[in-house]
Design a protein around this ligand. Structure first.
Ligand SMILES: [Zn+2]
Length: 122
């Protein structure tokens, strides 16, 4: 309910001359035009303030670091070779693979899902 209230408050503050609705400030393909920088800044700021919702998350990618480490330690999975401060696509997929190995029981799935929902609701 609080989130809906926040959304409504944010929506009420929408700039009336929004760049999205302003024809003269919209660049169209093949048309010359300009973008008013102050309006772009205003829109950018407004978009940043809007409450967000995550429409697509992978459980394996949202597992809490603390839980990941705890489960990895419990199961004796080696992760010393992974540089968690410098993740590229290859290491990201390695982490996803480990995560899916960790989330292989109903109790772990329940725990991780509950934690993700808790984290997302903050
Ligand atoms: Zn996906």
């Amino acid at each position: 309910m609080e989130k809906i209230k926040q959304y409504n408050q944010m929506h009420a503050s929408e700039p009336k001359d929004s760049i999205l609705e302003s024809k003269e400030h919209t660049l169209r393909q093949g048309e010359e035009g300009f973008v008013d920088a102050s309006k772009v800044d205003k829109l950018y700021e407004w978009c940043h303030k809007l409450p967000k919702i995550d429409l697509h998350s992978h459980i394996g990618g949202c597992i809490r670091a603390k839980t990941f480490l705890s489960l990895v330690t419990e199961r004796g999975i080696a992760i010393d070779h992974i540089d968690f401060y410098n993740i590229n696509l290859k290491t990201a997929f390695e982490i996803f693979k480990i995560s899916s190995e960790l989330i292989n029981t109903c109790s772990v799935l329940r725990r991780v899902t509950r934690e993700i929902i808790e984290d997302y609701s903050k």
